[in-house]
Write a protein that binds this ligand. Structure first.
Ligand SMILES: [Zn+2]
Length: 338
């Protein structure tokens, strides 16, 4: 639930309310808030007002001051923990130029801005997606990443396990410019001593973000050794392979959602709302996938191509592949692969 402080209250409550602190708040009126004013999805549709009568008491004042508990990146749990919130401190290697707008499942737009950080506990960087109000001033403050390696604290992050392992900010996240504590001091010292380590890690990120025309070709063995845990989201690897034994039984041609590929029984070209990808309007289109084993001198590996890539591989439009497959025209089928 959101509680907005106004005017003098902002200063007055700065030392009273701390992130992760637990409080008993009494005599604070709660009113209904229209859905459209919510900034974060997680918010309840209510807002609390702090007035002259309001009493705020910390639940466990004897527990001492509330400070972030920074932990090494390598100790973040690699299995999903929906309730876990983590504080990290790291060296910022990259911040996206400007926020991008992403539509969430409820059809509302949220700004997001990606940050790459690293620390001494692992040899690669990690992506933090900053959301909503954090994409503004807090991100701008660390956008001088190309000039200097800032040591920055991030509190109350949650882990995300789709498209690799990354971190998301939450409603409670703060981005702390001059973090205190042993870990932060150690990282600042590390930055002074090992500039080349950061330049090296930064270059890897920039190569993924801004790929040069030159494609780096890897072998199947190298591809296999990349673990999901250290793959960078959207990283593109190129391989040079042959498909020794293509099996046309493994061509799957069907009609499905143009957006997500979910199968549908509607006729081709029909516009419909997709329950799978939640698009209010999508089109029933030909979809073609192809599963195959590819080989190079280092080994073999299974792959699946989807739609555009299947078309490129067969050098035929999806409609034609669908036609050949559904008529069972074996001769035409064989010609497809030649
Ligand atoms: Zn869909």
């Amino acid at each position: 639930m959101r509680c907005a402080l106004f005017g003098d209250q902002i200063h007055a409550y700065e030392d009273v309310l701390k992130p992760t602190g637990q409080y008993e708040i009494s005599k604070a009126p709660i009113t209904y808030m229209d859905e459209q004013y919510k900034i974060n999805l997680e918010e309840l549709p209510y807002q609390m007002t702090i007035g002259h009568q309001t009493i705020v008491q910390r639940l466990n004042p004897e527990a001492g001051p509330i400070e972030p508990k920074y932990q090494p990146l390598s100790t973040l749990p690699r299995s999903p923990d929906p309730n876990g919130r983590f504080d990290i401190v790291g060296v910022v290697l990259f911040v996206e130029d400007a926020p991008r707008i992403i539509s969430n499942i409820r059809g509302r737009d949220s700004p997001v801005r990606e940050i790459s950080v690293t620390d001494t506990s692992q040899d690669h960087a990690m992506t933090i997606s900053a959301w909503n109000d954090l994409t503004g001033k807090p991100c701008d403050a660390i956008s001088n990443w190309a000039e200097r390696f800032n040591v920055v604290g991030f509190t109350a992050l949650k882990t995300r396990h789709t498209r690799g392992f990354t971190l998301n900010t939450t409603m409670s996240t703060r981005i702390i410019m001059n973090p205190k504590g042993e870990r932060a001091d150690m990282l600042r010292e590390w930055v002074k001593l090992y500039q080349h380590v950061f330049l090296d890690r930064q270059e890897k990120i920039l190569n993924v973000r801004y790929p040069s025309a030159e494609k780096k070709v890897v072998t199947i063995a190298e591809l296999r050794s990349k673990k999901a845990s250290n793959a960078i989201p959207d990283e593109v690897a190129w391989i040079r392979v042959t498909i020794p034994d293509p099996d046309l039984q493994r061509v799957n041609a069907y009609i499905g959602c143009l957006g997500c590929g979910k199968r549908t029984h509607l006729p081709i070209g029909t516009r419909f709302p997709c329950i799978s990808c939640k698009k209010a309007e999508t089109t029933a289109a030909y979809r073609v996938t192809f599963k195959f084993d590819a080989a190079d001198e280092s080994g073999t590996m299974s792959f699946t191509t989807f739609n555009d890539d299947t078309e490129k591989l067969f050098r035929k439009p999806a409609s034609e592949i669908w036609n050949i497959k559904s008529t069972g025209n074996l001769e035409a089928m064989n010609s497809v692969l030649l």
